[in-house]
Design a protein around this ligand. Structure first.
Ligand SMILES: *[C@@H]1O[C@H](CO)[C@@H](O)[C@H](O)[C@H]1NC(C)=O
Ligand SMILES: *[C@@H]1O[C@H](CO)[C@@H](O)[C@H](O)[C@H]1NC(C)=O
Ligand SMILES: *[C@@H]1O[C@H](CO)[C@@H](O)[C@H](O)[C@H]1NC(C)=O
Ligand SMILES: *[C@@H]1O[C@H](CO)[C@@H](O)[C@H](O)[C@H]1NC(C)=O
Ligand SMILES: *[C@@H]1O[C@H](CO)[C@@H](O)[C@H](O)[C@H]1NC(C)=O
Ligand SMILES: *[C@@H]1O[C@H](CO)[C@@H](O)[C@H](O)[C@H]1NC(C)=O
Ligand SMILES: *[C@@H]1O[C@H](CO)[C@@H](O)[C@H](O)[C@H]1NC(C)=O
Ligand SMILES: *[C@@H]1O[C@H](CO)[C@@H](O)[C@H](O)[C@H]1NC(C)=O
Length: 838
């Protein structure tokens, strides 16, 4: 708006003010929550939101006589301003007026000129401004009042220093532009201060507090549940922040409290601290429930490049292993900002033979990460190894592969919790440490051997004289001590390995009460389905996040401790094709598992539905096949636990909004399946039709039983037919049908007619070939999942012809039927070559 125009308005306004009766004032009774076109709000008047939570009007702060237009809590006796309009242009007397100008914009006049305006060009000649009960001042076309989504302007999108629940903190993943907060200059002065907050979308979003143009503090990367740099926030998992993707690269955070009756706000202080306040109605005061940074160690890059700060450390800064202070003398004086440098320069070569990676645990990940396309830690490592600019990598649950290409800055070591980082070092660095520790172990081992040997020797020598029971016992005790020692060593190995999977500190525990509320008391309408191990419900957490809750059927067996340990292990399995376990709840008889919610439900709801199946075109189906194969490969080979699923079927494959497949119910067999150290299990867990012959009939299971189920699933995906409902004469099924078509070179007839248009026959035939290899009767003949993945990916592969597939397993509730078939069929063999225990 030009100055001339502005002046014109103010002159007009003044003329009107002289004839004040012409201009309607905001009604004096406190019930008004709005200003309509042409109304005036004078200094001293307020408008109040419908439930009287917030007030809008002019205020002054401290001893100053400057007046500002602002919003504050109406019911709270301590003046708490959450938003200021004209913060940089105060009004020096009580002449301030708020009105809606002729162009529909909200404007503040100081008696002679407009000093603040909402300044939007899309406004109309008739607007209304409303103050809402969440503290938002919104401007809309008068005809749209009542539909807040049509706001032309809102104060929540132009905040000052306060963040309230319901407010959205935006950023754009491409431009990085979004909501920004700016501190006051001092406690009493709303003028824009030195500090600001914005959301940095790089790698995974994090909140950054800026001191001018320098970073002052950051929250750590968002991992889907919490900010990884705030270990104290773990407890807030249920209620805290939630990230939503609005599309077009716009994402935003919202925040919810456990109960909307709790009054809370976050404020960026004039000194750059973020405080969360909670109102205590009894004491009539604001309590601070979170304050960051709370210690020097949390200030951005306090210890410089490659330095690590630690609140309890003495000194507070140290260098990463393999690094030393850049200027030792400065470092000793407590001046850490120059950071650390490598003791041995990197020798990077492309073959990755001269550098190594060392795991550092318990960290806040450094800043300036990039994400890379790798779906497990080994691929992530390969990406880093092969790029000489890569200083570190990690594979984070909820984020994926992160790679640091520049210097590592802003590292903090947490007392507990924190995350693992793999830092690149010259090989000689690791070697030196390894040598020392190896030598140490050899010395210890030698000492123990000599000691034990001597004692045994002594006992042996005197065995004649000491043939009483006591001494036999002594020898026995001693050998068990030696056994115990070796057990300790192997356990240490295990722990190191588990650390590789993103170090989930522990599985969040939800209270039963919260889950009851989230699922509306396990209401029938929230029921999503029934799995092999219990009913599944949809739940909505107070923050609006949707989850799937599995209520395990009554179950006895393992002790509670074991159950939790098992869950914690399973929660560590992270792969984009596995459904994520978010938490659990164990109270009395109730055992619940909380998973991420999959809006598209399960594969069978599409594949076997005559209307929906055409939504799964061939491209989608092929992508689903690849995804399932990679998920299964991860369970079988890449994860530490070597999980055999044992109940892979279409209803256990869930689909996310982009139709990516996610395997669910993995690891359940571990919990439910009885003694897995045995090759055979007493209780057969699984679904007829998907079960391999050796498992269905003899309870023998191996990774190859999953390969069999995968083969069945593959046939179902290509044909669109359900194995269990496939009726052909005699003891036949989809597998036999596929096999006979294959033998006659008519396999193309198996392809689902509803995808005929989109189908690549080459790919489909390759899938059928792979499926047939997977369902061979001999477990040893079936390929492993890793060869399945290779075969799926390679276009010109000479595939082996399947061996004998002539096995009959028909959908049946009873094993007798299968046994009957068995007798008629001569070709069942059950060679188990690979039986995996723990
Ligand atoms: C405000 O005035 C009171 C009394 O005059 C004085 O004690 C106090 O220090 C002043 N506060 C500020 C921030 O100047
Ligand atoms: C209003 O917007 C124009 C350009 O869009 C800008 O130049 C001007 O400074 C803005 N005025 C205020 C008061 O924000
Ligand atoms: C603005 O619109 C409202 C309803 O749409 C109407 O009642 C009111 O008279 C209008 N005001 C002006 C100044 O045009
Ligand atoms: C803000 O920055 C100015 C200039 O850099 C400095 O003089 C002032 O002390 C800073 N204020 C605070 C509160 O840090
Ligand atoms: C506020 O803090 C006081 C002690 O400082 C404590 O007794 C009270 O329970 C707290 N109130 C809330 C709502 O946290
Ligand atoms: C940081 O924390 C340590 C340990 O709790 C404490 O000794 C130190 O004083 C703290 N520093 C600051 C600036 O609060
Ligand atoms: C790297 O590997 C390639 C082939 O694997 C080999 O020819 C080359 O000599 C290797 N370079 C070094 C420095 O080891
Ligand atoms: C190595 O990483 C940098 C930074 O991420 C990237 O720009 C570069 O293309 C990578 N080089 C190779 C060979 O992948």
């Amino acid at each position: 708006m030009g100055t001339a125009f502005k002046n014109q308005i103010s002159i007009c306004l003044f003329l009107h003010l002289l004839l004040l009766h012409v201009f309607p004032l905001v009604s004096q009774d406190a019930s008004s929550d709005r200003i309509t076109q042409g109304q005036l709000l004078l200094d001293g008047q307020v408008i109040i939101s419908a439930a009287e939570n917030f007030a809008l009007g002019f205020f002054s702060s401290g001893n100053s006589t400057n007046r500002y237009l602002g919003i504050w809590y109406n019911k709270i006796p301590v003046q708490t301003v959450i938003w200021v309009a004209n913060r940089d242009k105060p009004i020096s007397g009580t002449a301030g007026i708020l009105t809606i100008g002729d162009d529909g914009n909200l404007m503040v006049f100081d008696g002679s000129a407009s000093i603040w305006s909402t300044n939007i060009s899309s406004a109309t000649a008739n607007s209304t401004a409303v103050i809402t009960d969440s503290g938002n001042l919104i401007l809309l076309r008068s005809e749209n009042v009542g539909d807040q989504s049509k706001a032309l302007w809102e104060s929540f999108r132009h905040p000052t220093d306060t963040y309230l629940p319901d407010m959205r903190i935006y950023t754009n993943v491409v431009t990085g532009i979004g909501t920004s907060f700016t501190s006051w200059r001092s406690d009493d002065d709303p003028t824009s201060g030195n500090y600001s907050i914005s959301l940095d979308p790089r790698a995974s979003p994090q909140l950054i507090v800026w001191d001018g143009h320098n970073r002052h503090w950051r929250s750590g990367h968002w991992n889907g549940l919490l900010f990884t740099g705030l270990p104290r926030m773990t407890a807030l998992i249920l209620y805290g922040f939630k990230l939503t993707n609005e599309g077009n690269g716009n994402i935003y955070f919202t925040y919810a409290m456990k109960s909307s009756s709790i009054i809370t706000r976050f404020k960026l202080g004039w000194d750059g601290t973020i405080d969360q306040f909670v109102w205590d109605e009894g004491l009539r005061q604001w309590n601070v429930s979170l304050s960051e940074p709370s210690n020097d160690s949390e200030i951005y890059n306090y210890c410089g490049k490659f330095g690590v700060s630690k609140a309890m450390g003495s000194p507070i800064c140290s260098c990463l292993e393999g690094f030393e202070a850049k200027y030792a003398s400065q470092w000793e004086k407590g001046k850490f900002s120059d950071g650390c440098i490598r003791k041995t320069p990197l020798q990077c070569n492309v073959n990755g033979t001269s550098d190594v990676f060392r795991e550092v645990r318990g960290l806040k990940w450094p800043d300036f990460a990039d994400t890379a396309a790798a779906d497990n830690i080994n691929k992530c490592r390969d990406l880093c190894v092969n790029n000489c600019t890569c200083h570190a990598y990690t594979f984070a649950s909820g984020i994926g592969c992160m790679i640091w290409s520049g210097d590592l800055v802003d590292l903090e070591h947490f007392g507990e919790g924190g995350n693992s980082l793999y830092v690149r070092l010259a090989k000689s660095e690791l070697g030196s440490r390894k040598k020392i520790s190896t030598v140490l172990w050899i010395v210890i081992a030698a000492a123990i051997t000599v000691f034990v040997g001597m004692i045994i020797l002594i006992l042996w020598r005197f065995r004649g004289k000491l043939l009483d029971r006591k001494n036999n016992k002594a020898i026995h005790d001693m050998s068990s001590t030696v056994r115990g020692l070796s057990a300790v060593f192997s356990e240490a190995d295990d722990i190191a390995f588990d650390g590789e999977h993103g170090n989930v500190p522990q599985l969040p525990v939800f209270s039963f009460n919260d889950i009851e509320i989230a699922t509306k008391d396990f209401a029938n309408m929230n029921k999503l389905g029934e799995g092999g191990f219990g009913l599944v419900y949809k739940g909505t957490l107070p923050g609006g996040a949707e989850v799937a809750v599995k209520r395990l059927s009554k179950w006895s067996g393992q002790g509670l401790g074991e159950f939790k340990t098992e869950l914690t292990l399973i929660a560590k399995l992270q792969h984009r094709n596995l459904v994520r376990l978010l938490g659990c709840c164990i109270e009395g008889e109730e055992k619940l598992l909380i998973y991420e919610f999959m809006p598209n439900k399960s594969l069978d709801s599409f594949l076997f539905d005559s209307f929906k199946k055409s939504q799964l075109d061939w491209k989608t189906r092929f992508a689903i096949i690849g995804g399932i194969a990679r998920g299964l490969l991860y369970l079988h080979r890449d994860s530490r636990l070597r999980i055999i699923h044992r109940d892979l079927k279409a209803s256990n494959i869930l689909l996310d909004e982009e139709m990516n497949p996610k395997i669910s119910d993995f690891g359940m067999a571990r919990i439910f399946g009885g003694n897995q150290n045995e090759a055979a299990t007493v209780r057969v867990v699984g679904t007829y039709g998907y079960m391999s012959p050796e498992y269905a009939m003899e309870g023998l299971f191996s990774v190859k039983s999953d390969v069999y189920s995968f083969g069945v699933l593959l046939l179902e995906l290509v044909s669109g037919l359900r194995n269990s409902s496939f009726h052909s004469p005699e003891c036949s099924n989809l597998i036999r049908h596929a096999w006979s078509l294959w033998k006659d070179n008519r396999a193309a007839e198996l392809i689902d007619p509803s995808i005929a248009g989109s189908c690549s026959e080459d790919e489909a035939l390759r899938c059928i070939n792979i499926a047939i290899l997977c369902v061979q009767s001999g477990a040893a003949d079936r390929p492993t999942m890793s060869s399945v993945v290779t075969m799926l990916e390679s276009t010109n592969l000479n595939m082996t012809m399947p061996g004998e597939v002539d096995v009959c397993l028909k959908s049946s509730k009873s094993l007798d039927f299968i046994m009957e078939c068995h007798e008629n069929s001569s070709s069942i063999e059950v060679p188990i070559t690979e039986v995996t225990g723990r």
